[in-house]
Design a protein around this ligand. Structure first.
Ligand SMILES: [Zn+2]
Length: 394
């Protein structure tokens, strides 16, 4: 994922790291006497990085099996009421989360960034053979909810990474406090950004579907007019709050203008795209080509089973390729590997097969008649959730 594909290549493993990568014939001579494991008919590639999931919503998979809700806020309403009816925590939630996590591992996912309001994912950290980064999510838009939220945050254990839900659901002072804490403790700061188009109209003019939804629930109190900010959209809003930097992960980032993409690039902020969830919720498609044009390699995430009929990183690649046929499949593979590793800050060890990086990676079977680099990449990207990789460990 850092250079051209090597035909009939080899990866030399030593002491849990990659020692060398290159053509088999050359490495065979250089490392004479090394034990050889043959993965005939397979592509050797880095493990996948799922940069956005909510494991604690796994028991709500039935919400994404039927027809999608009429609107984003209808889905939110349905999800919240179903969650309350079935119980936010408990064995049924934990078992469903564990099942999804197991499938993630079996399908070649090496690392995940999980967002939750409970401790469900934290309990699974020791169970998952890869890397699971759980984030405890805060939200609350009203002034009344701000003081208790800040108090709760002040008492949070330093080893727990805390984050904000979204601009539409989280008071600006709470977003700032969460980002400040994340910086002080060295944590990543993931936040949903510009997922429904109505977040933009709410932030810029206090109108639209989201503003109406929150007013109806008693959560909207013109928070944004008193903030006195003249903004174009969600990204500019977060920039004005001073929370965009290289440790901020903007999830979804669909309704983002060209000048906001420049802001993201300048700030070094990371992007995570979730094509499967976006398609199910019909919230639009992200400006992927514009991100790549400005030199941003996004990460990919599945989001939760409650908004995605299949929680599969392979399917995310397939859907992204369908939505954006102009994008080179190799770039899509890089998003799911190198892009994800950079987004989670683990690129020194993961995301590419390079000397010095982890010796834990994938062997993915592909049809033996594929010759050209382009054909191999396209085959990997378009096969979706039927892909059956095997783990390789040195
Ligand atoms: Zn999400």
């Amino acid at each position: 994922m850092a250079g051209p594909i090597v035909a009939d290549g080899a990866v030399v493993l030593h002491d849990k790291t990659i020692a060398a990568v290159g053509p088999f014939r050359e490495l065979e001579a250089e490392f004479a006497g090394a034990a050889v494991e043959d993965h005939d008919g397979c592509v050797l590639m880095p493990g996948l990085i799922n940069a956005h999931i909510h494991l604690e919503l796994s028991n709500l998979a039935h919400l994404s099996q039927g027809n999608p809700a009429e609107s984003f806020t209808d889905w939110l309403t349905e999800m919240l009421s179903e969650r309350e009816a079935l119980g936010v925590t408990g064995p049924h939630v934990e078992e469903a989360a564990l099942d999804v996590l197991q499938v993630q591992h079996d399908s070649g996912v090496l690392a995940l960034a999980d967002i939750g309001n409970t401790g469900v994912a934290r309990k699974l950290v020791g169970v998952f053979p890869g890397l699971l980064f759980p984030f405890l999510e805060y939200l609350g838009l009203t002034r009344g909810s701000l003081v208790p939220a800040l108090k709760k945050l002040g008492k949070a254990d330093d080893h727990i990474a805390c984050t904000a839900h979204a601009p539409y659901s989280t008071h600006p002072e709470l977003i700032r406090a969460l980002k400040k804490r994340a910086d002080q403790l060295g944590f990543l700061f993931p936040i949903h950004v510009a997922e429904p188009v109505s977040e933009n109209s709410m932030l810029t003019s206090g109108t639209g579907e989201m503003a109406d939804f929150l007013r109806k629930r008693g959560f909207y109190e013109d928070t944004f007019s008193w903030a006195g900010i003249d903004i174009e959209g969600s990204v500019q809003y977060l920039h004005s709050l001073g929370v965009l930097d290289e440790k901020t992960l903007c999830v979804h980032a669909i309704h983002v203008s060209e000048s906001e993409i420049t802001l993201l690039k300048e700030s070094g902020a990371k992007i995570c795209l979730c094509p499967g969830s976006n398609r199910f919720l019909q919230v639009g498609t992200a400006p992927v080509a514009a991100y790549l044009r400005q030199g941003i390699l996004p990460a990919l995430g599945t989001d939760s089973a409650a908004s995605n009929p299949e929680v599969s990183m392979w399917r995310e690649m397939q859907l992204l390729a369908e939505d954006h046929p102009e994008i080179d499949p190799y770039e899509i593979l890089r998003m799911a590997t190198a892009g994800g590793a950079a987004a989670l800050g683990i690129e020194a060890e993961y995301g590419t097969l390079d000397p010095g990086r982890s010796s834990h990676f994938l062997a993915v079977p592909v049809a033996s008649d594929l010759q050209k680099e382009q054909e191999v990449c396209a085959a990997l990207v378009h096969r979706g959730s039927s892909t059956k990789p095997q783990w390789v460990s040195g």
